[in-house]
Design a protein around this ligand. Structure first.
Ligand code: FAD
Length: 404
Protein backbone atom coordinates (compact mmCIF):
# COMPACT_ATOMS: atom_id res chain seq x y z
CA UNK A 1 0.00 0.00 0.00
CA UNK A 2 1.18 3.47 -0.83
CA UNK A 3 -0.37 6.37 1.06
CA UNK A 4 2.27 8.94 0.17
CA UNK A 5 0.61 12.23 -0.69
CA UNK A 6 1.65 14.56 -3.47
CA UNK A 7 2.79 18.05 -2.51
CA UNK A 8 -0.28 19.56 -4.19
CA UNK A 9 -2.70 17.27 -2.32
CA UNK A 10 -1.01 18.15 0.98
CA UNK A 11 -1.46 21.84 0.17
CA UNK A 12 -5.11 21.31 -0.77
CA UNK A 13 -5.83 19.42 2.47
CA UNK A 14 -4.08 22.13 4.47
CA UNK A 15 -6.15 24.84 2.81
CA UNK A 16 -9.37 22.86 3.42
CA UNK A 17 -8.48 22.31 7.09
CA UNK A 18 -7.88 25.99 7.64
CA UNK A 19 -11.03 26.95 5.75
CA UNK A 20 -13.17 24.54 7.81
CA UNK A 21 -11.77 25.79 11.13
CA UNK A 22 -11.77 29.50 10.26
CA UNK A 23 -14.80 29.97 8.03
CA UNK A 24 -17.16 27.03 8.54
CA UNK A 25 -17.03 25.97 12.21
CA UNK A 26 -17.80 29.50 13.51
CA UNK A 27 -21.12 29.68 11.58
CA UNK A 28 -22.34 26.09 11.94
CA UNK A 29 -24.58 26.47 15.02
CA UNK A 30 -26.29 29.52 13.53
CA UNK A 31 -26.92 27.71 10.22
CA UNK A 32 -28.10 24.47 11.81
CA UNK A 33 -30.51 26.09 14.22
CA UNK A 34 -32.19 28.54 11.85
CA UNK A 35 -34.23 28.16 8.67
CA UNK A 36 -31.97 26.83 5.94
CA UNK A 37 -33.33 29.26 3.31
CA UNK A 38 -32.24 32.23 5.43
CA UNK A 39 -28.64 30.99 5.39
CA UNK A 40 -28.36 30.34 1.66
CA UNK A 41 -26.45 33.50 0.77
CA UNK A 42 -23.82 32.98 3.47
CA UNK A 43 -23.38 29.36 2.34
CA UNK A 44 -23.18 30.44 -1.32
CA UNK A 45 -20.43 32.93 -0.55
CA UNK A 46 -18.32 30.22 1.14
CA UNK A 47 -19.04 27.83 -1.76
CA UNK A 48 -17.75 30.49 -4.15
CA UNK A 49 -14.44 30.66 -2.26
CA UNK A 50 -14.10 26.86 -2.55
CA UNK A 51 -14.78 27.07 -6.30
CA UNK A 52 -12.10 29.75 -6.69
CA UNK A 53 -9.68 27.47 -4.86
CA UNK A 54 -10.37 24.66 -7.38
CA UNK A 55 -11.71 22.26 -4.73
CA UNK A 56 -15.39 22.29 -5.69
CA UNK A 57 -17.08 18.91 -6.35
CA UNK A 58 -13.87 16.96 -5.63
CA UNK A 59 -15.56 13.61 -6.35
CA UNK A 60 -16.33 14.48 -9.98
CA UNK A 61 -13.87 14.34 -12.89
CA UNK A 62 -12.19 17.56 -14.04
CA UNK A 63 -13.77 17.14 -17.48
CA UNK A 64 -17.27 17.71 -16.09
CA UNK A 65 -16.41 20.54 -13.71
CA UNK A 66 -15.23 18.69 -10.60
CA UNK A 67 -11.81 18.67 -8.91
CA UNK A 68 -11.05 15.08 -10.00
CA UNK A 69 -9.91 13.54 -6.70
CA UNK A 70 -9.27 9.80 -6.61
CA UNK A 71 -10.87 7.68 -3.87
CA UNK A 72 -8.00 7.92 -1.36
CA UNK A 73 -7.59 11.69 -1.88
CA UNK A 74 -11.33 12.13 -1.60
CA UNK A 75 -11.33 10.11 1.61
CA UNK A 76 -8.67 12.36 3.11
CA UNK A 77 -10.59 15.49 2.12
CA UNK A 78 -13.83 13.98 3.42
CA UNK A 79 -12.17 13.47 6.80
CA UNK A 80 -11.28 17.18 6.94
CA UNK A 81 -14.77 18.28 5.83
CA UNK A 82 -16.51 15.88 8.21
CA UNK A 83 -15.35 17.99 11.14
CA UNK A 84 -18.37 20.22 10.51
CA UNK A 85 -21.88 19.19 9.37
CA UNK A 86 -21.57 21.99 6.79
CA UNK A 87 -18.22 20.88 5.35
CA UNK A 88 -19.34 18.68 2.47
CA UNK A 89 -22.16 21.04 1.50
CA UNK A 90 -19.75 23.94 1.20
CA UNK A 91 -17.36 21.88 -0.96
CA UNK A 92 -20.14 20.57 -3.26
CA UNK A 93 -19.75 16.89 -2.34
CA UNK A 94 -22.62 16.39 0.11
CA UNK A 95 -24.88 13.34 0.28
CA UNK A 96 -27.24 12.63 -1.41
CA UNK A 97 -26.15 14.93 -4.28
CA UNK A 98 -22.66 13.41 -4.51
CA UNK A 99 -24.11 9.92 -5.12
CA UNK A 100 -26.72 11.28 -7.50
CA UNK A 101 -24.02 13.07 -9.51
CA UNK A 102 -22.11 9.80 -9.77
CA UNK A 103 -25.27 8.01 -10.93
CA UNK A 104 -26.03 10.65 -13.54
CA UNK A 105 -22.43 10.74 -14.71
CA UNK A 106 -22.45 6.96 -15.27
CA UNK A 107 -25.98 6.32 -16.54
CA UNK A 108 -27.71 9.49 -17.78
CA UNK A 109 -28.15 10.26 -21.46
CA UNK A 110 -26.42 13.43 -22.75
CA UNK A 111 -29.69 15.38 -22.59
CA UNK A 112 -30.44 14.10 -19.05
CA UNK A 113 -26.94 15.13 -18.04
CA UNK A 114 -27.49 18.58 -19.42
CA UNK A 115 -30.80 18.98 -17.61
CA UNK A 116 -29.95 17.34 -14.25
CA UNK A 117 -26.24 16.76 -13.83
CA UNK A 118 -24.97 20.17 -14.94
CA UNK A 119 -26.95 22.15 -12.36
CA UNK A 120 -25.93 19.71 -9.61
CA UNK A 121 -22.25 20.08 -10.44
CA UNK A 122 -22.64 23.84 -10.73
CA UNK A 123 -24.30 23.86 -7.30
CA UNK A 124 -27.36 25.71 -8.59
CA UNK A 125 -29.72 22.84 -7.78
CA UNK A 126 -29.96 20.16 -5.08
CA UNK A 127 -31.48 16.69 -5.40
CA UNK A 128 -32.65 13.76 -3.31
CA UNK A 129 -32.84 9.98 -3.58
CA UNK A 130 -36.08 8.13 -2.82
CA UNK A 131 -35.71 4.44 -2.28
CA UNK A 132 -36.81 3.63 1.29
CA UNK A 133 -40.53 3.23 2.05
CA UNK A 134 -42.27 3.46 5.42
CA UNK A 135 -44.14 0.17 5.11
CA UNK A 136 -41.33 -2.03 3.78
CA UNK A 137 -37.96 -3.05 5.25
CA UNK A 138 -35.41 -0.69 3.76
CA UNK A 139 -32.62 -3.12 4.55
CA UNK A 140 -34.07 -5.37 1.85
CA UNK A 141 -34.98 -2.93 -0.93
CA UNK A 142 -36.12 -5.74 -3.23
CA UNK A 143 -39.34 -5.55 -1.14
CA UNK A 144 -40.12 -2.01 -2.28
CA UNK A 145 -43.61 -1.47 -3.66
CA UNK A 146 -43.69 1.94 -5.33
CA UNK A 147 -44.76 1.20 -8.88
CA UNK A 148 -44.07 2.82 -12.24
CA UNK A 149 -46.34 1.87 -15.16
CA UNK A 150 -45.82 2.92 -18.75
CA UNK A 151 -48.85 4.71 -20.15
CA UNK A 152 -48.24 5.82 -23.72
CA UNK A 153 -45.18 8.05 -23.64
CA UNK A 154 -45.35 8.63 -19.88
CA UNK A 155 -44.46 6.69 -16.74
CA UNK A 156 -47.06 6.89 -13.97
CA UNK A 157 -45.62 6.55 -10.45
CA UNK A 158 -47.55 5.58 -7.32
CA UNK A 159 -46.17 4.94 -3.85
CA UNK A 160 -44.76 6.47 -0.70
CA UNK A 161 -41.15 7.12 0.26
CA UNK A 162 -39.64 8.29 3.51
CA UNK A 163 -36.35 9.40 4.92
CA UNK A 164 -35.72 11.04 1.57
CA UNK A 165 -32.81 13.17 2.77
CA UNK A 166 -32.65 16.82 1.70
CA UNK A 167 -35.90 16.61 -0.32
CA UNK A 168 -36.92 19.98 1.15
CA UNK A 169 -35.68 22.45 -1.48
CA UNK A 170 -34.47 19.79 -3.93
CA UNK A 171 -35.12 20.34 -7.67
CA UNK A 172 -35.58 16.65 -8.43
CA UNK A 173 -35.73 13.25 -6.84
CA UNK A 174 -34.23 10.04 -8.19
CA UNK A 175 -37.05 7.63 -7.40
CA UNK A 176 -36.65 3.88 -7.33
CA UNK A 177 -39.84 2.07 -8.44
CA UNK A 178 -40.93 -1.40 -9.51
CA UNK A 179 -41.34 -1.65 -13.30
CA UNK A 180 -41.77 -5.42 -13.59
CA UNK A 181 -43.28 -7.31 -10.65
CA UNK A 182 -42.69 -10.65 -12.35
CA UNK A 183 -38.97 -10.18 -12.99
CA UNK A 184 -36.28 -11.78 -10.76
CA UNK A 185 -36.01 -9.80 -7.50
CA UNK A 186 -32.96 -7.76 -8.48
CA UNK A 187 -34.37 -6.80 -11.87
CA UNK A 188 -37.80 -5.60 -10.76
CA UNK A 189 -36.94 -1.95 -10.15
CA UNK A 190 -35.81 1.04 -12.20
CA UNK A 191 -34.76 4.61 -11.45
CA UNK A 192 -36.64 7.73 -12.52
CA UNK A 193 -35.85 11.43 -12.61
CA UNK A 194 -38.83 13.15 -11.00
CA UNK A 195 -38.94 16.97 -10.83
CA UNK A 196 -40.17 17.98 -7.38
CA UNK A 197 -42.71 20.41 -8.89
CA UNK A 198 -44.30 17.62 -10.96
CA UNK A 199 -48.04 17.25 -10.25
CA UNK A 200 -48.56 14.05 -8.22
CA UNK A 201 -45.24 14.46 -6.37
CA UNK A 202 -45.83 15.79 -2.88
CA UNK A 203 -43.49 16.34 0.02
CA UNK A 204 -45.78 15.52 2.92
CA UNK A 205 -43.55 16.54 5.83
CA UNK A 206 -40.07 16.77 7.20
CA UNK A 207 -39.72 13.88 9.63
CA UNK A 208 -38.50 14.84 13.11
CA UNK A 209 -35.23 13.01 13.80
CA UNK A 210 -34.97 12.61 17.57
CA UNK A 211 -37.02 15.75 17.92
CA UNK A 212 -35.21 17.78 15.25
CA UNK A 213 -37.39 18.53 12.18
CA UNK A 214 -34.62 20.43 10.41
CA UNK A 215 -35.13 22.36 7.20
CA UNK A 216 -33.78 22.53 3.66
CA UNK A 217 -30.64 20.51 3.13
CA UNK A 218 -30.65 19.42 6.78
CA UNK A 219 -33.91 17.45 6.77
CA UNK A 220 -35.45 14.10 5.81
CA UNK A 221 -38.87 13.99 4.16
CA UNK A 222 -41.83 11.75 3.57
CA UNK A 223 -42.92 11.83 -0.08
CA UNK A 224 -46.13 10.76 -1.77
CA UNK A 225 -46.30 9.80 -5.44
CA UNK A 226 -49.93 9.87 -6.49
CA UNK A 227 -50.41 9.20 -10.20
CA UNK A 228 -47.28 11.22 -10.85
CA UNK A 229 -46.84 11.31 -14.65
CA UNK A 230 -43.36 11.88 -16.00
CA UNK A 231 -42.14 11.70 -19.60
CA UNK A 232 -40.86 8.28 -20.73
CA UNK A 233 -37.40 9.79 -21.27
CA UNK A 234 -37.09 10.40 -17.49
CA UNK A 235 -36.17 6.75 -16.99
CA UNK A 236 -32.55 6.75 -15.79
CA UNK A 237 -30.42 3.95 -17.24
CA UNK A 238 -32.03 0.76 -18.47
CA UNK A 239 -35.36 -0.58 -17.27
CA UNK A 240 -34.78 -3.20 -14.54
CA UNK A 241 -31.26 -1.96 -13.72
CA UNK A 242 -32.28 -0.02 -10.58
CA UNK A 243 -30.54 -2.28 -8.07
CA UNK A 244 -27.37 -2.68 -10.10
CA UNK A 245 -27.20 1.11 -10.45
CA UNK A 246 -27.86 1.61 -6.73
CA UNK A 247 -24.79 -0.51 -6.00
CA UNK A 248 -22.69 1.83 -8.17
CA UNK A 249 -24.00 4.70 -6.07
CA UNK A 250 -23.51 3.02 -2.70
CA UNK A 251 -20.01 1.62 -3.31
CA UNK A 252 -17.94 4.83 -3.32
CA UNK A 253 -20.55 6.38 -0.99
CA UNK A 254 -19.50 4.04 1.81
CA UNK A 255 -15.88 5.19 1.61
CA UNK A 256 -17.04 8.86 1.59
CA UNK A 257 -19.33 8.26 4.58
CA UNK A 258 -16.70 6.40 6.60
CA UNK A 259 -14.07 9.08 6.09
CA UNK A 260 -16.65 11.75 6.95
CA UNK A 261 -17.41 9.83 10.17
CA UNK A 262 -13.68 9.79 11.00
CA UNK A 263 -13.81 13.59 10.71
CA UNK A 264 -16.89 13.74 12.95
CA UNK A 265 -15.23 11.49 15.54
CA UNK A 266 -12.07 13.63 15.53
CA UNK A 267 -14.19 16.72 16.08
CA UNK A 268 -15.93 15.04 19.01
CA UNK A 269 -12.60 14.03 20.54
CA UNK A 270 -11.22 17.56 20.12
CA UNK A 271 -14.33 19.00 21.77
CA UNK A 272 -13.90 16.57 24.68
CA UNK A 273 -10.27 17.58 25.13
CA UNK A 274 -10.97 21.32 24.89
CA UNK A 275 -13.89 21.16 27.30
CA UNK A 276 -12.31 18.94 29.94
CA UNK A 277 -9.06 20.93 29.93
CA UNK A 278 -10.86 24.01 31.15
CA UNK A 279 -13.68 22.52 33.25
CA UNK A 280 -12.75 23.05 36.90
CA UNK A 281 -13.83 19.95 38.82
CA UNK A 282 -12.37 20.92 42.21
CA UNK A 283 -10.26 23.78 43.55
CA UNK A 284 -7.11 22.04 42.35
CA UNK A 285 -8.12 20.04 39.32
CA UNK A 286 -9.77 20.29 35.93
CA UNK A 287 -11.68 17.39 34.37
CA UNK A 288 -8.83 16.38 32.09
CA UNK A 289 -6.74 15.62 35.19
CA UNK A 290 -9.09 12.70 35.88
CA UNK A 291 -7.77 9.37 34.69
CA UNK A 292 -11.21 8.36 33.41
CA UNK A 293 -11.24 11.28 31.00
CA UNK A 294 -7.68 10.51 29.90
CA UNK A 295 -8.73 6.92 29.22
CA UNK A 296 -11.72 8.10 27.18
CA UNK A 297 -9.46 10.33 25.10
CA UNK A 298 -6.75 7.70 24.66
CA UNK A 299 -9.26 4.98 23.71
CA UNK A 300 -11.02 7.33 21.30
CA UNK A 301 -7.74 8.34 19.64
CA UNK A 302 -6.72 4.69 19.18
CA UNK A 303 -10.13 3.64 17.84
CA UNK A 304 -10.24 6.56 15.40
CA UNK A 305 -6.72 5.75 14.18
CA UNK A 306 -7.65 2.07 13.68
CA UNK A 307 -10.84 2.92 11.78
CA UNK A 308 -8.99 5.50 9.66
CA UNK A 309 -6.28 3.01 8.69
CA UNK A 310 -8.89 0.38 7.79
CA UNK A 311 -10.93 2.79 5.66
CA UNK A 312 -7.89 4.15 3.80
CA UNK A 313 -6.61 0.63 3.21
CA UNK A 314 -10.02 -0.32 1.79
CA UNK A 315 -10.15 2.80 -0.41
CA UNK A 316 -6.70 1.90 -1.74
CA UNK A 317 -7.78 -1.73 -2.38
CA UNK A 318 -10.90 -0.52 -4.19
CA UNK A 319 -8.71 1.65 -6.41
CA UNK A 320 -6.48 -1.33 -7.23
CA UNK A 321 -9.02 -4.15 -7.47
CA UNK A 322 -12.49 -2.64 -7.88
CA UNK A 323 -15.45 -2.86 -5.50
CA UNK A 324 -16.51 -6.44 -6.17
CA UNK A 325 -13.16 -7.83 -5.04
CA UNK A 326 -13.33 -6.09 -1.63
CA UNK A 327 -17.05 -6.24 -0.90
CA UNK A 328 -16.47 -7.78 2.51
CA UNK A 329 -13.91 -5.09 3.48
CA UNK A 330 -16.33 -2.34 2.39
CA UNK A 331 -18.99 -3.85 4.66
CA UNK A 332 -16.47 -4.15 7.48
CA UNK A 333 -15.50 -0.46 7.42
CA UNK A 334 -19.17 0.55 7.35
CA UNK A 335 -20.12 -1.00 10.71
CA UNK A 336 -16.70 -0.69 12.33
CA UNK A 337 -16.40 3.06 11.70
CA UNK A 338 -20.05 3.79 12.53
CA UNK A 339 -19.61 2.10 15.91
CA UNK A 340 -16.33 3.89 16.65
CA UNK A 341 -18.11 7.15 15.86
CA UNK A 342 -20.98 6.35 18.17
CA UNK A 343 -18.69 5.35 21.05
CA UNK A 344 -16.52 8.45 20.69
CA UNK A 345 -19.55 10.75 20.53
CA UNK A 346 -21.05 9.11 23.59
CA UNK A 347 -17.86 9.68 25.59
CA UNK A 348 -17.89 13.35 24.62
CA UNK A 349 -21.53 13.78 25.68
CA UNK A 350 -20.67 12.12 28.99
CA UNK A 351 -17.59 14.28 29.52
CA UNK A 352 -19.52 17.46 28.86
CA UNK A 353 -22.25 16.58 31.33
CA UNK A 354 -25.46 18.58 30.97
CA UNK A 355 -23.85 20.88 28.38
CA UNK A 356 -23.46 17.87 26.08
CA UNK A 357 -27.24 17.46 26.05
CA UNK A 358 -27.86 21.03 24.86
CA UNK A 359 -27.67 22.67 21.46
CA UNK A 360 -25.20 25.23 22.81
CA UNK A 361 -22.41 23.13 21.30
CA UNK A 362 -22.32 21.02 18.13
CA UNK A 363 -22.13 17.74 20.08
CA UNK A 364 -25.85 17.14 20.64
CA UNK A 365 -26.55 17.73 16.91
CA UNK A 366 -23.86 15.22 15.98
CA UNK A 367 -25.05 12.70 18.58
CA UNK A 368 -28.65 12.90 17.34
CA UNK A 369 -27.96 12.75 13.64
CA UNK A 370 -24.93 10.48 13.47
CA UNK A 371 -26.74 7.70 15.36
CA UNK A 372 -28.23 6.95 11.97
CA UNK A 373 -24.78 5.91 10.70
CA UNK A 374 -25.45 2.41 12.04
CA UNK A 375 -28.75 2.25 10.08
CA UNK A 376 -28.55 3.93 6.67
CA UNK A 377 -26.65 2.49 3.70
CA UNK A 378 -27.23 -0.92 5.26
CA UNK A 379 -27.68 -1.52 9.01
CA UNK A 380 -24.75 -3.02 10.98
CA UNK A 381 -26.38 -6.45 11.03
CA UNK A 382 -26.68 -6.68 7.23
CA UNK A 383 -23.02 -5.74 6.74
CA UNK A 384 -21.91 -8.18 9.44
CA UNK A 385 -23.83 -10.86 7.58
CA UNK A 386 -21.83 -10.06 4.40
CA UNK A 387 -18.55 -10.31 6.31
CA UNK A 388 -19.57 -13.56 8.03
CA UNK A 389 -20.55 -15.16 4.70
CA UNK A 390 -17.18 -14.13 3.28
CA UNK A 391 -15.38 -15.69 6.28
CA UNK A 392 -17.34 -18.95 5.92
CA UNK A 393 -16.53 -19.06 2.19
CA UNK A 394 -12.82 -18.45 2.85
CA UNK A 395 -12.80 -21.28 5.37
CA UNK A 396 -14.47 -23.68 2.92
CA UNK A 397 -12.05 -22.67 0.14
CA UNK A 398 -9.07 -23.22 2.46
CA UNK A 399 -10.40 -26.68 3.40
CA UNK A 400 -11.00 -27.72 -0.22
CA UNK A 401 -7.54 -26.62 -1.34
CA UNK A 402 -5.97 -28.48 1.59
CA UNK A 403 -7.85 -31.64 0.57
CA UNK A 404 -6.98 -31.43 -3.14
C1 FAD B 1 -30.96 9.81 8.74
C2 FAD B 1 -31.38 8.87 7.66
C3 FAD B 1 -31.26 9.27 6.34
C4 FAD B 1 -31.71 8.44 5.30
N1 FAD B 1 -31.66 8.88 4.01
C5 FAD B 1 -32.21 8.12 3.03
C6 FAD B 1 -32.33 8.63 1.70
O1 FAD B 1 -31.90 9.75 1.41
N2 FAD B 1 -32.96 7.86 0.77
C7 FAD B 1 -33.47 6.63 1.06
O2 FAD B 1 -34.01 5.98 0.18
N3 FAD B 1 -33.38 6.12 2.33
C8 FAD B 1 -32.77 6.85 3.31
N4 FAD B 1 -32.72 6.36 4.59
C9 FAD B 1 -33.32 5.08 4.90
C10 FAD B 1 -32.29 3.98 5.18
O3 FAD B 1 -31.66 3.60 4.01
C11 FAD B 1 -33.04 2.84 5.88
O4 FAD B 1 -33.44 3.31 7.15
C12 FAD B 1 -32.21 1.58 6.01
O5 FAD B 1 -32.02 0.97 4.75
C13 FAD B 1 -32.87 0.56 6.95
O6 FAD B 1 -34.18 0.32 6.55
P1 FAD B 1 -35.40 0.42 7.61
O7 FAD B 1 -35.26 1.71 8.33
O8 FAD B 1 -36.65 0.17 6.87
O9 FAD B 1 -35.12 -0.71 8.67
P2 FAD B 1 -35.54 -2.26 8.55
O10 FAD B 1 -35.12 -2.81 7.23
O11 FAD B 1 -36.96 -2.40 8.95
O12 FAD B 1 -34.61 -2.87 9.66
C14 FAD B 1 -34.75 -2.55 11.05
C15 FAD B 1 -33.61 -3.13 11.83
O13 FAD B 1 -33.64 -4.53 11.70
C16 FAD B 1 -32.35 -5.07 11.72
N5 FAD B 1 -32.17 -5.88 10.50
C17 FAD B 1 -32.56 -5.59 9.26
N6 FAD B 1 -32.18 -6.53 8.38
C18 FAD B 1 -31.56 -7.48 9.11
C19 FAD B 1 -30.93 -8.71 8.80
N7 FAD B 1 -30.86 -9.18 7.53
N8 FAD B 1 -30.35 -9.42 9.80
C20 FAD B 1 -30.40 -8.96 11.08
N9 FAD B 1 -30.97 -7.80 11.43
C21 FAD B 1 -31.53 -7.07 10.46
C22 FAD B 1 -31.38 -3.90 11.79
O14 FAD B 1 -30.98 -3.71 13.12
C23 FAD B 1 -32.23 -2.75 11.32
O15 FAD B 1 -31.77 -1.50 11.86
C24 FAD B 1 -32.24 7.17 5.63
C25 FAD B 1 -32.32 6.76 6.98
C26 FAD B 1 -31.90 7.59 7.98
C27 FAD B 1 -32.06 7.14 9.40
Amino acid sequence: MDFSLSESLQQQLKWAEQFVQTNIVPIELKVLHSNFTDQKSEIASLQQQVKEQGLWAPHMPLAVGGAGFDLVALGLLSEVLGQSPLGHLIFGCQAPDAGNMELLHHFATPSQQQQWLQPLIAGTMRSCFGMTEPSNAGSNPTLLQTEAKLDGDHWVLNGRKWFTSSADGAGFCIVMAVTDKTAPHHQRASMFLVPTDQPGYQRLRNIPVMGDVGSGYFSHSEIELDNCRIPAENLLGQQGDGFAMAQTRLGPGRIHHCMRWIGVAKRALNELIAYTQQRQISRHAVLSDMQTVQTWAADSAAEIAAARALVLQTAWQVQQLGFKAVRSEVSMIKYFTANVLQTVLDRTVQGMGALGMTDDTIIAFLYRHERAARIYDGPDEVHKNVVAKHLWAEQSNALSSAQS
